[in-house]
Design a protein around this ligand. Structure first.
Ligand SMILES: C=C(O[C@@H]1C=C(C(=O)O)C=C[C@H]1O)C(=O)O
Length: 464
């Protein structure tokens, strides 16, 4: 980037968004460029300030390098509102040149929110706070096989205009096309893995099941973590590459903050908005897979008929419907769930569609949906209290909303599960499961072991 722009971008980071800055954004089509190579481009410069996203249907990829502005709101009660307000303020005054207008191009905010801003903070999540979203300096978007580059600058300097960005864009693409400028991806060598206090977790499950049997609380989702140690520093790009290959039908996401990278392969959409078309996903109720096709089908049928799992699932469907009602017309929900199969696990799945009304804003709807009973419980607040008391860990961004919104109000947020936090030679992996009154502790432990699989495989670990 030219000196002028680099200096200004740095100032913005220090000042955050002070109200005087103006956003300039320029988007243009480019020829094929591999999204993972883009993520790796000049990693010594951009490491710590990158994000990666692939939608579950593979039709949209966005990769961000550098930070033109970041929004982090630590106010536990207002983090969604504050993010929304700051973003809208920035967009309102912006100068945007994006003839394509394709969703996911142009100025876009990518990031996430912690699961529970009232939980005890653990050191590993300190850098993330309760929300952090980036407006990237450079962004590659792949939308339906077309490639776009967006350049964003937030500046008070009126010498910078769209023409400056055009020149900058041409130079940037020339650099991109030079050979050998993306760093090589080094495989991870795992040294050890440790399930954190599994026996204590089993006891917590039993205590919660007792509460579920004796009170009005119907469901609580309890999670636990796994600690990995590596021989070498784990590169996010290696794990992303593995996840893309191994979990082709999941959302693949990564969000770097300094030396940390939160990443994963989630099968669960929280909300998607394209124009006025709205799509949400209810995903709860789980069973393993079998290599034998017939056996696998039997497992699926067992899950579809299982009362405990159907009950867990139904709680999610009815909450999602209630949360979307004020913001959508024509909500459509099939009567029966179907199966969603990922390589390691199958789930009960109900898609929910609707038409956005004028009150719909994706960040506000994320706030209303989060946490669904797929990750929190029923009733929500009672379940959160129990999680705080019995889980003995900070979920950080695990199970929180992660995704993007663009300047036109399109966007998609997944639920940050099947995920982990990389930090040099260490990683923390997370997995949880829905508890209801007839849950059996040992079965739930096994279920979480299956849910660790996607991240374990991607980091070179062995099955538990
Ligand atoms: C909590 C997780 O997954 C959630 C819990 C599920 C369940 O209890 O059946 C299924 C899908 C997810 O909504 C996880 O993967 O960590």
């Amino acid at each position: 980037m030219t000196k002028l722009l680099t200096q200004k971008s740095r100032d913005i980071l220090q000042n955050k968004l002070n109200g005087k800055n103006k956003l300039l954004s320029y988007t243009f089509p480019i020829d094929f460029y591999d999204p993972l190579d883009f993520f790796n481009y000049q990693s010594s410069t951009f490491k710590g300030n990158r994000f990666f996203w692939k939608s579950s249907d593979g039709l949209l990829w966005t990769v961000g390098l550098g930070i033109a502005a970041s929004i982090s709101a630590d106010d536990a009660d207002k983090r969604f509102q504050i993010t929304n307000n700051q973003w809208n303020r920035l967009i309102k005054e912006a100068e945007i040149d994006n003839p394509s207008g394709v969703p996911g191009t142009g100025p876009l905010l990518f990031g996430g929110f912690s699961f529970d801003p009232y939980s005890n903070n653990e050191m590993e999540w300190e850098n993330y706070g309760h929300s952090i979203l980036y407006l990237p300096s450079y962004m590659l978007t792949v939308a339906e096989n077309q490639y776009y580059l967006t350049i964003n600058v937030v500046s008070e300097d009126d010498r910078i205009n769209i023409d400056t960005l055009r020149t900058e864009g041409n130079q940037f693409v020339k650099q991109l096309r030079k050979k050998n400028n993306s760093s090589s991806v080094i495989p991870i060598k795992i040294k050890s893995s440790e399930e954190v206090a599994p026996n204590k977790w089993l006891r917590s499950v039993e205590e919660i099941v007792h509460v579920l049997k004796t009170t009005d609380v119907k469901k609580v989702v309890l999670a636990r973590k796994l600690l990995l140690e590596f021989e070498n520093n784990a590169q996010p790009s290696y794990v992303i590459e593995q996840l893309i290959e191994q979990q082709p039908t999941s959302f693949i996401f990564a969000l770097e903050v300094g030396d940390y990278c939160f990443l994963g392969a989630s099968p669960e959409r929280l909300i998607k908005k394209t124009g006025n078309h709205v799509l949400s996903t209810c995903l709860a109720g789980s069973i393993g897979r079998n290599h034998d096709e017939q056996e696998d089908q039997k497992l699926g049928e067992t899950l579809l008929k299982d009362h405990k799992n159907r009950f867990e699932h139904e709680l999610v469907v009815s909450m999602v419907e209630d949360a979307l009602k004020p913001y959508c017309a024509e909500i459509n929900i099939p009567n029966e769930p179907i199966l969603m199969k990922t390589p390691d696990i199958q789930h009960l799945y109900t898609p929910v569609t609707g038409k956005a009304n004028n009150d719909f804003s994706i960040l506000n709807v994320v706030e209303k949906l989060h946490p669904t009973p797929a990750l929190g419980g029923v009733p929500t607040n009672a379940a959160l209290e129990i999680i705080r008391e019995k889980e003995n860990m900070d979920r950080g961004f695990y199970a929180g909303p992660i995704g993007w919104t663009d300047y036109q109000g399109n966007g998609e947020f997944a639920v940050g599960i099947r995920s982990g936090l990389l930090n040099g030679k260490k990683a923390f992996l997370y997995a949880g499961c829905g508890l209801v009154s007839d849950s059996v502790a040992e079965d739930e432990l096994k279920e979480t072991r299956i849910k660790f699989q996607p991240m374990l495989k991607a980091t070179g670990g062995e099955s538990l």
